[in-house]
Design a binder for this molecule. Structure first.
Ligand code: ZN
Length: 289
């Protein structure tokens, strides 16, 4: 199932996308977080609603929001989780690459979350080094603590595309990534959550990031350093994961700051983030003061 949060005629609701039409699921739950918390029962009820659906709304008639527009806590992110990206990141600073032995974890503020077609704000008084990072994001379904890797996949609700937009000047200046990763609009997500049953092998997907139609990143999820079960096992060790938690699993190589010369987002740019089997986001970069 492809699950969306959308606005239509001034109303915000959740739905399922079926052949470019949206089946309204707002009878089942007030928002995506609540639907996720209903677990398998909620998905079964959604399937019934789809089967019985009379009236649908064309996808083109709605505005899609991030599938979880206001997560209840920060988006959890893995840094340096693709070896070629590790090499380019160290290389850009003239250093020799060291692969991480433990996952590099940071978070993005909930207020950074952005829709799949919404503008990414650009304000040169804040940053002049806005960069892209296309990533596969895992949506946690069932809560868990100390989840063994062998059981990790059963805790996953679904997957979405996420771009971990990063203000490199702010990120590198501080001792923590948080501020540089958390500007408003710096976490486009979507266009929908694809439920886990429809993506049985999330470690075999192509991820692509295009800037103004030119491919900048083109990787595959099979080369993650810490795969999804290892990541969930690590994160949940002594720390409860909750339904609706979002885990961005890292980006492949091809980011802007590591290019020669470095490249950063500019007003007027269009950033496309695509993952095979999920979909495409298309975010314009818009100047603001
Ligand atoms: Zn990232």
């Amino acid at each position: 199932m492809k699950l969306v949060t959308f606005t239509h005629n001034g109303r915000t609701a959740i739905g399922a996308v079926v052949h470019d039409q949206i089946v309204d699921l707002s009878r089942l739950a007030p928002d995506m977080q609540a639907l996720i918390e209903l677990g398998a029962e909620g998905l079964a009820a959604a399937q019934k609603t789809i089967t019985a659906a009379g009236q649908t709304i064309p996808l083109t008639a709605v505005h899609l929001l991030a599938p979880i527009p206001i997560p209840r806590r920060n988006v959890i992110c893995l840094g340096l989780n693709y070896s070629e990206h590790v090499k380019e990141s160290y290389g850009a600073r003239g250093q020799e690459a060291k692969l991480p032995e433990t996952p590099v974890v940071f978070t993005k503020a909930t207020t950074a979350v952005n829709g799949p077609t919404d503008p990414i704000p650009y304000n040169p008084a804040v940053t002049t080094q806005l960069d892209w990072e296309v990533e596969l994001a895992v949506i946690v379904g069932r809560a868990g603590k100390n989840i063994p890797a062998a059981a990790a996949m059963s805790h996953i609700y679904g997957y979405t595309v996420l771009n971990d937009i990063s203000a490199r000047d702010l990120q590198m200046a501080g001792k923590q990534y948080f501020k540089g990763k958390s500007l408003d609009g710096a976490c486009p997500m979507g266009p929908w959550i694809v439920t886990a049953d429809e993506l049985p092998d999330p470690h075999n997907l192509r991820l692509i990031c295009r800037l103004n139609g030119v491919i900048k990143q083109d990787g595959r999820t099979d080369i993650m350093i810490f795969n999804i079960p290892a990541t969930i096992a690590y994160l949940s060790l002594g720390m409860t994961l909750l339904p609706g938690d979002i885990i961005a699993t890292g980006t492949p190589d091809g980011v802007g700051f590591a290019r020669t010369p470095p490249e950063f987002l500019q007003p007027g740019d269009v950033l496309e983030s695509e993952i095979e089997g999920i979909g495409v986001m298309r975010n314009p970069v818009i100047g603001e003061r």
